[in-house]
Design a protein around this ligand. Structure first.
Ligand code: TRP
Length: 330
């Protein structure tokens, strides 16, 4: 039996080349070796208010982007969190074994809660719901960005606590971080990770950006006051542009050095822009094909949910029996 992989993406903001290089492209490669579930976590998105129409549209957009990137619905389950009721159900059961102190310590919670007058309870519960997503499918491997590593640790803590209170129930999930080279930084500020919520103009290259916008944003990327490319401790902006080029081209470090050393920044940016555009073009073409077939994305999501629901339901059933909650099947 193949080990199970689970990962999730919030249907908010715009997926960008950092999400592609750091997550999606990796999922596409590993999907044949694992039993993979890729989840669009709409219940997480609503921990911050989302306009309903936009959220609804975003869910299908993300699913279509997964498909365009090459996630194969015959091999992987692409599903929406709220379509499988067991996510919310298990989250409650896990909430009851989770000390508030563990949640108040979470870096992401502290960041999101800072400066808010009232803090939605969902924001505090966010990592418990994430633990439920993972434990529901007894996932062995969870590929996430470094910013989610703390949530994964908490997931293991919650699983361990449940197991010690009620007996062995959950598999301990492992965190799988992307390779270092796949970390894409903001174009306007190369000291922070490219973010899909901070996608103000000039920050990110969104996967659906038209070529002229991609070119404009890359040409405006922050570099430094040196005259030309050097590979001896390049500034973060130059390093970021080089690593974007390298990730898309697959060039070796040696090829990179001999081609780019001494090149003026304007020329570097031009070449990075062309490289990115040439990869986004076929991707966007597939996206348009996928979304022009009426009902196709909805069907993929329905099939994904139907495929994973029995796994989720059997975990909830097991948890209920462990806890002494009422089940009809005992
Ligand atoms: N919190 C994750 C993020 O913002 C999204 C997420 C929700 C997730 N549930 C998950 C990721 C389960 C991995 C596994 O990136």
């Amino acid at each position: 039996m193949k080990a199970r992989v689970f990962s999730g993406v919030q249907p908010s903001g715009n997926l960008h080349i950092g999400n592609y290089l750091g997550a999606l492209s990796n999922w596409v490669t590993i999907q044949y070796d694992y039993d993979s579930i890729f989840c669009i976590v709409d219940l997480h998105a609503v921990t911050i208010h989302q306009p309903p129409e936009e959220l609804r549209a975003k869910i299908e957009e993300i699913a279509a982007l997964f498909l365009a990137a090459g996630i194969d619905p015959k091999h992987s389950s692409i599903m929406v969190q709220s379509a499988v009721a067991a996510h919310a159900e298990l989250a409650w059961m896990l909430t009851c074994v989770t000390p508030v102190g563990w949640l108040e310590r979470m870096t992401q919670y502290k960041g999101k809660a800072a400066g808010q007058q009232t803090i939605g309870d969902g924001l505090l519960q966010y990592p418990v719901l994430m633990a439920a997503d993972i434990l529901l499918y007894q996932a062995a491997i969870v590929p996430v960005g470094e910013d989610q590593a703390q949530h994964l640790e908490l997931t293991r803590d919650i699983a361990q606590r449940f197991n010690s209170l009620y007996g062995e129930t959950f598999v301990m999930p492992q965190t799988s971080l992307p390779s270092v080279g796949a970390r894409v930084m903001g174009l306007d500020d190369p000291t922070i990770k490219m973010s899909k919520s901070a996608a103000g103009s000039g920050h990110a290259v969104a996967l659906l950006d038209p070529p002229d916008r991609v070119r404009k944003n890359i040409m405006r990327a922050t570099t430094d006051s040196n005259p030309a490319v050097t590979f001896e401790s390049p500034s973060p902006g130059v390093e970021n542009l080089l690593s974007i080029f390298q990730a898309f081209s697959g060039w070796t470090q040696q090829q990179m050095c001999s081609h780019f050393a001494g090149m003026r920044y304007g020329d570097l940016k031009n070449q990075v822009a062309e490289m990115v555009i040439s990869h986004l073009e076929p991707f966007q073409k597939r996206y348009r094909e996928i979304t022009s077939e009426p009902g196709y994305v909805a069907r993929v999501l329905l099939e994904g949910a139907e495929r994973v629901r029995p796994i989720a339901d059997s975990t909830v059933d097991l948890v209920k029996r462990r806890m002494g909650l009422y089940t009809e099947s005992r």
